[in-house]
Write a protein of this length. Structure first.
Ligand SMILES: O=C(O)CCc1cccc(O)c1O
Ligand SMILES: [Fe+2]
Length: 318
């Protein structure tokens, strides 16, 4: 019974619109170091909290949270495609335990995921199938969104379940921090887009997929030239958020409303609830210590880009 946490921003723009070589090398070195620390931990099970971007979850039936008992990645923006290595009965047990703990989580036997799940599995573990993983979807874009408090409670319930397993458990959070890429919005969608957001076109035709990716790439290029073309990144808030989690004050975020967070850090910053859930899961193992914090605002990637590790306090640590 032990745990290790790593939370990492994702962005599908890596390799499409990149920052200068020094920044790129800095991020690559950070990711490589995190991958090494994780490898040394030798995880037997990963629990990955990640969002979706209308690639696997749609408004025909949008859960706030969903555990996958079987899952596959679509490979958007050149991310890895194919099945995740999900230990089915553990995922089922996990969902049952979470429900019993009072958090109403959905369960899927055909969970479709995008770069939000695939990128951390590739970057931190070397592929979709290198380590058994329970994928946990956290709705971070399709209003109405779950609150910080519910994300925390979900994480605590999953952490309590994980703690009862006799395994080395890797807790991963994917996404954030401040950012607002051009993700569609049902309220302002034309009828054709609304139809897509309701889930017709669960597998997008190639030309639409291409156009969608192009739109995000173009927006990134424009954002570099004109920082006012998208909601600004907010390094102050991002650093404050990371410090809040590092200091073990997760519940302080409960007071922050969803509209307030959107205004502070952009509409996609709700992805940080994956970090909240991961840290809350870690807190079920006892007091923790955060380390190897990294942050940089990277407009090329439309991302307040951060990473952090944490693990339970070892004997003798205050
Ligand atoms: O595919 C999309 O619709 C959004 C892509 C996207 C862009 C920048 C940062 C992100 O976190 C992200 O997910
Ligand atoms: Fe995202």
């Amino acid at each position: 019974m032990s745990a290790y946490l790593h939370c990492l921003s994702h962005t599908p723009l890596i390799g499409h619109v990149d920052p200068n070589a020094a920044v790129l090398a800095e991020v690559e070195a950070r990711v490589a170091a995190a991958r090494e620390r994780i490898a040394r931990f030798e995880p037997e099970l990963a629990i990955l909290f990640a969002p979706d971007h209308y690639n696997g979850f749609f408004y025909d039936l949008m859960p706030p949270f969903c555990i996958g008992a079987q899952a596959h990645a679509i490979g958007d923006f050149g991310s890895a495609a194919g099945p995740l290595e999900v230990p089915r009965s553990l995922a089922e047990d996990c969902a049952a335990a979470v429900l019993a703990a009072g958090v109403d989580v959905a369960l899927s036997y055909r969970m479709q995921v995008d770069h939000g799940f695939a990128q951390p599995l590739e970057q931190l573990l070397g592929g979709l199938d290198r380590c058994p993983v329970i994928p946990v979807f956290v709705n971070a874009v399709a209003a109405p969104l779950p609150s910080f408090q519910r994300a925390r409670r979900l994480g605590e319930a999953i952490g309590a379940y994980a703690r009862g397993l006799d395994r080395r458990v890797l807790l991963l959070g994917s996404g954030g921090l401040s950012h607002q890429p051009p993700v569609p919005d049902l309220a302002s969608a034309d009828p054709q887009l609304a139809d897509r957001l309701l889930g017709s076109g669960r597998q997008l035709p190639a030309d639409e997929r291409q156009a969608r990716q192009r739109r995000v790439i173009d927006a990134a290029r424009r954002f570099v030239e004109d920082p006012r073309s998208l909601h600004p990144l907010n390094p102050d808030w991002d650093l404050h958020f990371m410090e809040t989690l590092a200091a073990g004050r997760i519940a302080e975020l409960d007071a922050l409303g969803n509209a307030e967070l959107s205004a502070l850090a952009g509409r996609s910053s709700h992805e940080v609830k994956t970090w909240v859930a991961a840290f809350a899961a870690l807190s079920a193992f006892g007091p923790y210590r955060a380390h190897d914090r990294y942050y940089r605002a990277i407009p090329e990637w439309i991302a307040g880009f951060g990473a952090i590790d944490a693990q339970p306090l070892q004997r003798g640590e205050a």
